[in-house]
Design a protein around this ligand. Structure first.
Ligand code: 13P
Ligand code: SF4
Length: 315
């Protein structure tokens, strides 16, 4: 007896089939679990994912990342259906800057240019003049006239890094990422003694004392490029370890060591608990059900769109 539909027991096959029937594109951040990265059509850092979301002609964007990233995709592409495998996948950094408190804070700096990191809610973006990501932040800050004051939110560590790089004085919102502030300067120093040939790669959301040990600081994409291009054979990676999957694919003959965290003994201590809420099963389910879907008030979307478009023009 012929079956109406072919049995699809392999979840990878199911997802491929759903991509076709839904005319869906899967965008994934480097911090997603390796299986999700392997089913994605496009893997990137926050800026590349925003650009990809803007240019896609798929009907459905399956955003494998955290809420602010999927929300940015929706702001840029309101006519598409944007789904996030787990709606609870938030971001401690975005949460550290609630819009009402930020609006009150900004009243103290009425003449400042407000630069917000992409790791913010749409409501915070709507209060900002221009958005940046870790890959274009320096360029965005340098584009602001010297005589203008700058408020930078919400990541204080990225903010301090930018102050050191550009020499610009900025007012910083005191937010931080729960993952990048875990890395232990002391244990990284010990690893460097054990592996003197190893390069330290660090994301600028890390604390200053960790960045001071780094041979290269940059966005996830920049860390990946450095890992491939460097002559070093061994690396200590101070960012979410999901990216090591791509590093190992790009440079299979090199060794990548997760930067240790203070007090942490486990292998998953530096994994982002928000990013890791997404699973392959949830990717399949959200494609089947077309939910959880990202929806947004149109007036808010338009206010949040303006500073994102300014960023895309400048970068
Ligand atoms: P990137 O823009 O470098 O990919 O970083 C995103 C992020 O959430 C870092 O924690
Ligand atoms: Fe947010 Fe930090 Fe997770 Fe990046 S790693 S998504 S900044 S909590």
């Amino acid at each position: 007896m012929a079956l109406a539909t072919a049995p699809t027991t392999d979840i990878f096959d199911e997802i491929q089939e759903l991509k076709r029937t839904r005319n869906a594109v899967i965008l994934a951040h480097y911090y997603q679990e390796p299986d999700i990265q392997d089913v994605a059509d496009f893997i990137g850092d926050s800026l590349a994912l925003a650009r990809q979301a803007k240019s896609t002609d798929a009907d459905v964007i399956v955003f494998c990342g955290v809420h602010f990233m999927a929300e940015t995709a929706k702001i840029l592409n309101p006519e598409r259906t944007v789904v996030l495998p787990d709606l609870r996948a938030g971001c401690s950094l975005a949460d550290s800057c609630p819009a009402p408190a930020f609006a009150r804070f900004l009243k103290r700096y009425p003449d400042h240019v407000v630069v917000s990191y992409v790791n913010t809610s749409a409501a915070v973006k709507a209060l900002s003049d221009v958005i940046c990501t870790s890959s274009n932040a320096e360029k965005i800050i340098r584009s602001i006239p010297e005589d203008r004051g700058i408020v930078f939110a919400p990541d204080q560590h990225l903010g301090r890094y930018l102050i050191r790089k550009t020499g610009r004085d900025m007012v910083l919102w005191p937010g931080s990422c729960m993952v990048h502030t875990l890395f232990s300067e002391r244990k990284i120093r010990q690893l460097k003694v054990r592996y003197p040939d190893a390069e330290v790669l660090a994301h600028p959301e890390c604390e200053e004392r960790v960045l001071a040990l780094a041979d290269h600081v940059g966005s996830t994409k920049s860390l990946l490029s450095r890992a491939a291009a460097s002559r070093a054979r061994r690396f200590i990676v101070a960012t979410e370890p999901g990216i090591i999957h791509q590093m190992e694919k790009l440079a299979p003959d090199k060794e990548f060591i997760r930067a240790p965290v203070e007090g942490g003994a486990c292998d998953v201590c530096s994994e982002c608990p928000h990013m890791r809420l997404n699973t392959l099963e949830k990717v399949r389910d959200c494609m089947e059900r077309l939910e959880p879907e990202i929806t947004m008030d149109e007036k808010l979307r338009l206010r949040a769109l303006r500073p994102i478009e300014r960023m895309l023009e400048l970068s």
